[in-house]
Design a protein around this ligand. Structure first.
Ligand SMILES: *Cc1c(COP(=O)(O)O)cnc(C)c1O
Length: 363
């Protein structure tokens, strides 16, 4: 039996016709940039997240970059980021000219450790970017409390957490603003690139709206040195179809995760731990083991696809050469021991059983 890491044909089976019809409508509309589909999606997704403004952009990296720009964060500023994240979180900060200040995660949540944030705050600190990594909300109450104490901005990186709740409230509504990504593999994925900024702050929302479109408020009037980073009409139309089934898709991910956690019985493997108040949407189901290469190879032999998120922490990347000699032991430990198991909407019970049996047969 084969269990692919992710199968888009299965993910999209339920909405294939609707996607085709929606694409057809966009093709026939003759409007491809900043039209009705983007406007409607923004309204629907803002409502879904429980915030007043959503601004669709070209991808998740741009969402982070543009919202930082809207807060006028740049050279001379410091921004706290997790050591354990996809590199986009860091790149967005670096691209503004601001300095990334990496803070380690806690081993149990794999998310930013609020205890450690305090020690990294200086006079130059402007913002904190918690990432809801693998779909699990970060400890936002503690993070917001620290931010309030020091007058810092909190920008959620919610690229992996669409739909996740924290004490009943959806991610994207938990900080001053949020950035998310609709890369196809995300929980709410487009059929190409896409991203969005969410906020209740009207001033920031307006700036982001201008910044994504050449810094322009009125056509050919440019108030800011803006970007060209718009969500396409066709992707907005795809996202509107997929937003309708997001809760259902996430519920299936949670089901798969619960079955894995209950079924995996190996003293050498740790499964994700729950966090009080946090309802993960399991963008990824990430186990840890000291014998990762062997487990990976064993699962490949069983026909089970796995991936590593992520094999090299940002501070060890060539593009951050000045930081290569720094030591962040938790991020480094995670990068050597994490392994992501298949998890996607539409995964069958037989596939889930096969993954559990294969993992348990590892010795
Ligand atoms: C995917 C991702 C991004 C960036 O999204 P893109 O749309 O690929 O630019 C940012 N942060 C995290 C944590 C991500 O997983």
């Amino acid at each position: 039996m084969m269990v692919p890491f992710l199968d888009f044909n299965v993910v999209h089976a339920q909405v294939r016709e609707k996607l085709s019809k929606a694409a057809q409508q966009v093709i026939e509309s003759g409007h491809y940039i900043l039209g009705q589909e983007v406007a409607l999606f923004e309204k629907e997704f803002a409502q879904y997240c429980g915030v007043s403004h959503c601004i669709g952009v070209a991808n998740g990296l741009d969402a982070l970059r543009i919202v930082l720009e809207a807060y006028e964060i740049g050279a001379g500023d410091e921004v706290i980021v997790p050591t354990n994240t996809f590199i986009a979180t860091w790149l967005a900060v670096s691209q503004t000219g601001a300095t990334v200040v990496p803070v380690e995660p806690s081993l149990s949540t794999r998310n930013l450790d609020p205890e450690k944030i305090r020690d990294s705050i200086t006079k130059k600190t402007r913002a904190i970017i918690p990432v809801h990594l693998y779909g699990l909300p970060a400890q936002m109450d503690e993070i917001n409390q620290i931010a309030k104490e020091f007058g810092l901005i909190v920008i959620e990186d919610a690229a992996q957490s669409q739909g996740a709740r924290y004490f009943g409230q959806r991610t994207c509504s938990l900080g001053d603003a949020a950035a998310t990504s609709f890369y196809p593999g995300k929980n709410l994925g487009a059929l190409g690139d896409g991203g969005a900024i969410l906020t209740n702050d009207e001033r920031i929302a307006t700036r982001c709206r201008y910044l994504r479109n050449y810094g322009s408020s009125v056509k050919y009037n440019h108030d800011y040195l803006g970007f060209n980073s718009r969500l396409d009409e066709i992707q907005a139309a795809m996202l509107r179809v997929k937003l309708e089934i997001l809760d259902e898709s996430n519920a299936h991910r949670v089901y798969v995760a619960e079955r894995y956690t209950a079924g995996i019985k190996s003293s050498e493997i740790s499964t994700p731990e729950p966090l009080p108040g946090a309802e993960s949407v399991f963008h990824l189901y990430v186990i840890t083991t000291d014998r990762r290469e062997q487990l990976e190879q064993h699962l490949r032999g069983c026909g089970v696809g796995t991936l590593i998120h992520y094999p090299i922490p940002p501070h060890k990347q060539k593009c951050y050469s000045a930081m290569n000699s720094l030591c962040f032991p938790i991020a480094e430990h995670l990068s050597c021991s994490v392994l992501s198991l298949p998890i996607f909407p539409g995964m069958t019970n037989e596939q889930i059983d096969h993954v559990i049996d294969s993992v348990n047969a590892f010795e």
